[in-house]
Each structure stands twice: as C-alpha cells, then as structure tokens.
Design a protein around this ligand. Structure first.
Ligand code: HEC
Length: 160
C-alpha cells in the first residue's frame, strides 16, 4: 500500500513537470467538459456584445448595463487563451468549431487573442460615457478583434 502511494506521488510529480501549464490548469476537466465550458463562455461573450448593441440602438444607452457587459467581455478576453488546451479539437469527438490551426499555429492564435483585451478595455471606457456614437464605434473595433480570430481559427457557423 505504502509503495503504491509513493508510486502515485512520483507519477503526479513527474507528470506535473512534463505537462505544459495550459494543460495542467485544465487537468481536472475532460476535453468534452472543457469544450462545453468554453462554448458557454463564448456564447455569453456574444450575448454581452449583443446587450451593448441593443443599448446603442436605443440611442440612450444605459451606462450600467453597457458597462457590466463590457466588463464581462474584458474579463473573458483574458481567460480565452486558456480555453483551448491541446486535445480539445476534433480529436475529442465532440462537436467543436475550433480549427486545428489553433494548435498548429499557437503563436498566431495567441497574437489574435491578445488583440481583444485592449479593445475590450476601451469598450468599458466607452460604455461609461453613455455616448451611443462612441460606444458604437468601439463595438465595431472590438468586433473586429473577434472576427480577426474567427476568420482563421473558427469553422464558420454555416459549415459547422
Ligand atoms: C483568439 C480567438 C478568438 C477570439 C479573439 C474570439 N473568439 Fe469567438 N470563438 C473562437 C473559437 C475557436 C470558437 C469555436 C469554439 C468551439 O466551438 O469549441 C469561437 C466561438 C464563438 C462563439 C460560438 C460559441 C458556441 O459554441 O455557440 C461565439 C458566440 C463567439 N465565439 C463570440 C465571440 C465574441 C463576441 C468575441 C469578441 C468579443 C470572440 N468570440 C472572440 C475564437 C475566438
């Protein structure tokens, strides 16, 4: 029994050293759970964008609704690169629109991901002004950062 425990500890320590950080953080979740969770977060991020669009459309945006939604996007944008550990592509056997390029060109994916937080931060600032034109302009800039990644790394919804 003691020997088994020791072996187990050695295994754990050994694997902790070899595993890349992104994988380790997600080690307790199965690939299916990771995919489902990231898709929920992404849906929520899309809903937050829409909530701000809806506010802009009223012509008199509600500062607190728009700011809360923008803050959510800003927080998610910093988490996003961690949602795609190796093994969570098509090989997981779950429906996912994540393209293999995410793992084949990790530097490009990271660069695409890093474009989002600064735009999302500016969206928080714009939302706080309550100015429909300013928020609208920054929504477009933020949307470009979303699309910049989607174009290369996401299977378009109609093909998915
Ligand atoms: C660095 C890359 C990247 C950025 C930046 C990015 N996305 Fe995505 N997004 C993806 C990938 C990859 C998927 C497919 C995920 C999957 O199916 O597993 C996706 C999927 C989605 C989905 C569909 C989720 C579902 O399964 O229903 C929505 C909605 C979405 N993104 C919204 C956004 C919004 C809004 C932004 C910007 C505020 C954004 N994304 C920024 C890569 C990105």
């Amino acid at each position: 029994m003691r020997l088994m425990v020791q072996k187990f500890v050695i295994l754990l320590v050994g694997s902790a050293i070899v595993m890349p950080a992104g994988y380790l953080a997600a080690a307790e979740l199965t690939p299916a759970e990771i995919i489902k969770t990231r898709q929920e977060h992404l849906k929520d991020m899309g809903a937050s964008m829409k909530a701000i669009v809806d506010q802009v459309k009223t012509g008199k945006p509600d500062v607190s609704i728009a700011t809360d939604a923008a803050k959510k996007i800003a927080a998610y944008s910093r988490e996003l690169p961690k949602w795609f550990p190796k093994g969570t592509g098509d090989e997981a056997g779950i429906k996912t629109a994540a393209k293999p390029e995410i793992w084949a060109q990790p530097d490009d994916f990271q660069a695409a991901a890093e474009k989002l937080p600064p735009e999302a931060d500016k969206l928080v600032e714009a939302a706080a002004t309550g100015d429909a034109a300013m928020i609208g302009a920054q929504l477009q800039a933020t949307g470009k950062a979303c699309q910049g990644c989607h174009k290369v790394f996401r299977v378009p919804p109609q093909e998915h």
